[in-house]
Design a protein around this ligand. Sequence first.
Ligand SMILES: NC(=O)c1ccc[n+]([C@@H]2O[C@H](COP(=O)([O-])OP(=O)(O)OC[C@H]3O[C@@H](n4cnc5c(N)ncnc54)[C@H](OP(=O)(O)O)[C@@H]3O)[C@@H](O)[C@H]2O)c1
Length: 217
Amino acid sequence: MSKILLIGASSAIAQALQENSNKDFIALSRSAGNLDLEGDLSELDDLGPISGMVYFPGTINLKPFAMLKEEDYLADFNVNVLGAVKVLKKVINNLKEAEGASVVFVSSVAANLGLPYHASISASKSALEGLAKSLASEYASAKVCFNVVAPSLTNTPMAGNLLKTDRQVEANEERNPMKQIGKPEQIANSINFLLDAHNNWMTGQIIPVDGGMGNLK
Ligand SMILES: NC(=O)c1ccc[n+]([C@@H]2O[C@H](COP(=O)([O-])OP(=O)(O)OC[C@H]3O[C@@H](n4cnc5c(N)ncnc54)[C@H](OP(=O)(O)O)[C@@H]3O)[C@@H](O)[C@H]2O)c1
């Protein structure tokens, strides 16, 4: 079985995936020093066939619209979207070689549900979802599936500032239909499902993993 490339393998959700799956991963991250999305990405040369790729890097930059600068939008777009494009340009042929590969992006409930202060991240994650659907169509005949998992607030370092106090935790639980903040393993389990070869007739889908937040009152 060929390997699955994890970009942003240091993320809490990626860590949960590695802990709870017996798949064979190639783990790259900025903090491990083997991933530089601004660099030449030569670490992606000569990988051979890979049966999947998950792109985890993301940002959180919640501000009122009036305070968001053009640079904020560009920074969010670079990490959330352009990084995925750069990686895929390097590895798309490796994915095709596997003859049945699965690519998973991590979006956010904020792409589907209008939330205040999310203008920049919503724009970026919506772009990421559009990218996934377009590539799913373009590479369907090459048997490369593209799907997206869209979490709501999940207990990871990224969400740390929103979950600092008991009051913040309670308010965020209350906002969710299931009265819960997500756990990294709940998101990771959905990604693991999409990476399974026997699920490779699913493509072009945006899958909310959000306690119903995006669709339910
Ligand atoms: N947590 C939530 O509430 C939530 C909700 C919706 C969507 N998401 C999405 O879930 C994904 C994973 O995040 P997480 O919640 O697991 O948070 P996390 O543990 O804080 O992970 C964030 C990841 O992004 C990487 N990253 C950020 N900027 C980068 C850059 N310029 N170059 C390379 N890597 C970069 C970090 O890399 P290093 O650690 O190596 O620096 C880290 O691996 C993100 O795409 C996020 O948007 C999270």
